[in-house]
Each structure stands twice: as structure tokens, then as C-alpha cells.
Design a protein around this ligand. Sequence first.
Ligand SMILES: Nc1ncnc2c1ncn2[C@@H]1O[C@H](COP(=O)(O)OP(=O)(O)O)[C@@H](O)[C@H]1O
Ligand SMILES: Nc1ccn([C@@H]2O[C@H](COP(=O)(O)OP(=O)(O)O)[C@@H](O)[C@H]2O)c(=O)n1
Length: 217
Amino acid sequence: MKKAPLLIAIDGPAASGKGTLARRLADYYHLPHLDTGLTYRAVARLLLEKGWPLDDEPKAIEAAHLVELAALDHAVLSAHDVGEAASRIAVIPQVRRILVDKQRAFAGQPSGAVLDGRDIGTVVCPDAPVKLYVTASPQVRARRRLAEIKARDGASDFDTILADIVRRDERDTQRADSPLRPADNAHLLDTSEMDIETAFIAARNIIDAIMAAKDKT
Ligand SMILES: Nc1ncnc2c1ncn2[C@@H]1O[C@H](COP(=O)(O)OP(=O)(O)O)[C@@H](O)[C@H]1O
Ligand SMILES: Nc1ccn([C@@H]2O[C@H](COP(=O)(O)OP(=O)(O)O)[C@@H](O)[C@H]2O)c(=O)n1
């Protein structure tokens, strides 16, 4: 029998662990995965590379049209300063519309998919049967991001990263278009006190319960 598609929408603030969880779940349920943050990062990176200001809307729109999902380079785009720049171009409604169209095309694959970002459960895939909102305290997230930067031989300190995270949360939750917020029917997963494996098991339990309830109806 052909398996029904499974669409999993994961949202949450910076360094909450949503990407790690999304990758683990995609692997476990044999689904394609899209980290939608990379699409905003790709636009920001192009502007930074060309020396164009991040508030140059026509250039940002031009860059958004050039984004190819198959060519997103995680290693290059995951730099900390690119995340900050991404949150600045992410306030531009037309950039969002262009990227959301590409993200929805990915989500519409027959197998289903796992997408993570800021507006997946609210805007990109509002009908997804599974919605998770992954969070953790700003201090825990700053510690995780700092460890990540240090593991890549980068230099920074806790206070700088914590301030960056708080500023990015503020920008992402306060913007007018598609602000970061849990969808009404999202399951909250606070990973402050969970390691990666515990968060993965908690997410799987939520998803399996949703799928079992659906099978009964
Ligand atoms: N539950 C967790 N406990 C400890 N570290 C975690 C946990 N989840 C993720 N991490 C680590 O925190 C960092 C940020 O995680 P990531 O998944 O990239 O976050 P996001 O996609 O939300 O920005 C990574 O180095 C990751 O390995
Ligand atoms: N679906 C999404 C994904 C990211 N973004 C923006 O892109 C920025 C970078 O996203 P990201 O997911 O790569 O950032 P991290 O959580 O990995 O630090 C965010 O701060 C948001 O401003 C968005 O607006 N909508």
C-alpha cells in the first residue's frame, strides 16, 4: 500500500535546535528536508558579497529570484553574521513571497516533507498535520550557538552571542509580515533541559500520536 504523505512543520527562534531536530526527523521518517532559513541566508549572502545595502529592496528581490533550493550551501551560509543579515532582509514582504513560493513547491512533494523556519506552521504550510514549535531559553541558545562557533574555530564570547540572539528574536517576532509565533495548533517543545536525543524522542512521540489519531478517523 502507498504511504500517505507526511508534512512536518517546525518553527522556532535561533539556535533552539529546530534544524537538528528537523534533520533527525527527516532521516527517521524518510522525508526530504528543507531548512528555509538557508533561503533567507542565501539572499543576504549575495547582498553582502556584492556590497549592496541590506535595505536595498530591489536588489534583495533580484537575489531572491536567484535562490535555487538544490544549490543552498549550508557550510557557507551558516556563518553567524549571515544569520543576522538574513533577519534584516526577511522583513521585506516581496522577498518573503518569492521564497515562500519555492518553499511551498518543496512542501508539495508526494512523499511529504520536513520544513523548518519561522513561519512554516503559520504561513508556508498552514495545513500541515504536524506542527512543532521548538524553543529554549535565550541563555541556553546562546551557549549552544557559541559552542558551535568555537567548534568551527571561530572567535566570540557569550555576552555578544546572547545580545545577537535577543536582537534577532526581537526582529523576528516584531516584524509586520509573517512574524515568528507558534501556530495555534502547534505542539510546544521547550528543549532547554533536553539533550538532542531526548528532544528527538519527545518529537517522535508527538508525531506518532498525531498519526495514530489520524489513522483512527
Ligand atoms: N537539545 C539540544 N541540546 C543541546 N544542543 C543542541 C540541542 N539541539 C541542538 N543543539 C545544538 O545547538 C546548536 C544549534 O542547533 P540548530 O539545530 O542549528 O538550531 P536552529 O536550527 O534552531 O538554529 C547546534 O550546534 C546543535 O548541535
Ligand atoms: N521561514 C523563515 C526562516 C528564516 N527566516 C529569517 O532568516 C533568519 C535566519 O534563519 P535561520 O533559521 O537560518 O537562523 P538560525 O535559527 O539557524 O540561527 C531568521 O532570523 C529569520 O529572520 C524567516 O524569516 N523565515
